[in-house]
Ligand binder design. Structure first.
Ligand code: PLP
Length: 496
């Protein structure tokens, strides 16, 4: 079946997947969605013994229908290779009553690698398919993890420049070092004096700047995005929900056809939207538990139908979820409104002008697939302590938010369905908060020294991503005000 893409806001034509990957965001400010959510064309039972790559290919080919088998296979093979330090790519670990889907075995030890290791290949293949010979400038806002994952993915890819903006005071020391020590001739990393939403808004404003776009055009250049609004980010994430399910079947922990619940620590709503798509494709998912930290705008939304970003922004120990505007939620709104672009546009306009919106009753009914729960900082630390005490298994703060949400869901519903928790980062990436939760004696130890302490405590080898990170040279020192992002981007593009 041919799948085409259209904007959630309804303007513009239907385009192919390669065109949507190149465009990133739609011209009317909407996000691209498939005109129909595809079903798997092969029987799930025949996939039980498939490798991660085979599953990824089988799922993705249903969405990227204008790629040839050879093109897509090539992308998959380049992405999911030895960069990952586990042969399963996304292994499943049973602990404390649930299954942790470890999505952090890639080069930057967070789940963003699952999509960002393939996006550059999808993009360069798409450019070739569309006969585009322009220099592509990837513009990205990051709350910490996307930035480094995008830098890894796009490093030294010919014809591409990558510019990453991060909140100077909103990321961990290790996250910051990972980005500022990144070595490649085509990358630029800049700290801003705002939070993630400021960075994301600045990037969006540049994408929507018609004059800037024309200037780029005249210079044979174009923008693209590595943020999770790109369909080339979203679709690869659908694959690991299938893979997790198939792993459970293969291990005999569930029978084919049994339902599972999925818990996802959520920020920009990309990861959980991928699980939603997996469910819509026919994967036997019962509930999608959307886990928030103290920035619980999504928890409130799921429980009341009111999305209200007018609240204090809290810096938490799970910074990759410190978000008040969850971009990918627009796609959910689109689906639960019965693909009503007018409604979506009105809601999104209201978010810009009023800072809030409320969905109607028919849309609220569409939220029944979701369960919202959130974790306070104290609950997050308690979850880390508990899982470590029970199973000597160290989970990171984001995963701990999800584990807390899982426990709250269990308590409220008594639903015993087999549960997969998306484990989105290695504890090594957020070692200060993780070690501090396990024992307060680590609270005074700095993040670099904690790397070795964590190794001793957990027995898990130090991943390449953080090994000797303090010895690397800081190459990116540029800072800018959140109001000057456009100027900085211009300087980079036109002076280099
Ligand atoms: C990005 C990120 C999240 C949030 O994922 P979304 O797709 O933005 O909802 C959660 N945990 C970690 C570690 C992340 O890097």
């Amino acid at each position: 079946m041919l799948v085409l893409y259209k904007s959630t806001r309804g303007n513009g034509e239907l385009i192919s997947s390669s065109q949507a990957i190149i465009a990133g965001i739609a011209p009317d400010g909407g996000l691209y969605v498939p005109n129909a959510i595809p079903k798997l064309s092969v029987d799930l039972g025949s996939m039980v013994k498939m490798s991660y790559r085979e599953v990824a290919y089988t799922v993705m080919k249903e969405f990227f229908t204008d790629f040839t088998e050879e093109e897509l296979m090539n992308c998959v093979n380049k992405a999911y290779d030895k960069k990952f330090d586990h042969e399963d790519i996304a292994p499943l670990r049973k602990s404390s009553g649930a299954y942790f889907l470890e999505l952090f075995h890639g080069p930057t030890i967070a789940f963003k690698d699952m999509a960002l290791s393939i996006l550059p290949h999808l993009l360069t293949t798409s450019l070739k398919k569309q006969n585009i010979n322009k220099e592509v400038v990837i513009l990205t806002a990051t709350s910490g993890d996307t930035g480094k994952a995008a830098l890894e993915g796009f490093s030294n890819v010919e014809g591409i420049k990558i510019i990453v903006f991060f909140p100077e005071n909103g990321v961990s020391q290790i996250q910051k070092l990972q980005m500022t020590t990144h070595e490649s001739s085509n990358s630029y990393v800049i700290g801003i004096d705002g939070n993630f939403d400021d960075a994301q808004n600045g990037v969006k404003a540049i994408f929507n700047d018609e004059e800037f776009k024309k200037e780029m055009e005249l210079n044979n250049r174009m923008f693209s995005s590595a943020n999770s609004i790109n369909i080339g980010r979203l679709v690869p994430q659908v694959a690991y929900y299938f893979y997790a399910y198939l792993t459970l079947v293969r291990k005999g922990d569930i029978a084919l056809g049994d339902k599972i619940n999925v818990v996802v620590p959520t920020g920009n709503f990309g990861n959980i939207l991928a699980a939603y798509l997996a469910k819509k494709m026919g994967l036997a998912i019962n509930k999608l538990v959307c886990a928030s930290n103290e920035n619980k705008v999504l928890y409130d939304f799921i429980n009341t139908g009111v999305y209200d970003k007018r609240r204090e922004f809290v810096l938490t120990s799970s910074p990759s979820m410190d978000i008040l505007i969850s971009s990918n939620l627009e796609r959910l709104l689109y689906f639960i409104s019965g693909e009503d672009s007018k409604k979506v546009t009105a809601l999104m306009n209201s978010l810009v002008t009023e800072g809030c919106y409320e969905i109607d009753d028919s849309m609220k009914a569409g939220l029944k697939d979701l369960f919202g729960a959130y974790a306070s900082e104290e609950e997050t630390f308690e979850a880390i302590r508990q899982v470590f005490k029970e199973e000597q298994y160290l989970i990171d703060t984001h995963t701990a938010v999800a584990y807390t949400a899982y426990k709250k869901y269990l308590e409220e519903t008594k639903d015993k369905t087999t549960t997969v928790i998306a484990s989105t980062a290695s504890p090594y990436k957020f070692n200060s908060a993780v070690m501090g939760a396990v024992d307060s004696k680590y609270k005074e130890v700095d993040e670099i020294a904690l790397i070795n302490e964590m190794c001793k405590l957990s027995g898990v080898d130090i991943p390449k991503a953080v090994k000797d990170i303090e010895k690397r040279q800081v190459l990116h020192k540029k800072l800018c005000s959140k109001d000057h992002m456009k100027k900085v981007v211009k300087e980079i593009i036109f002076k280099n």
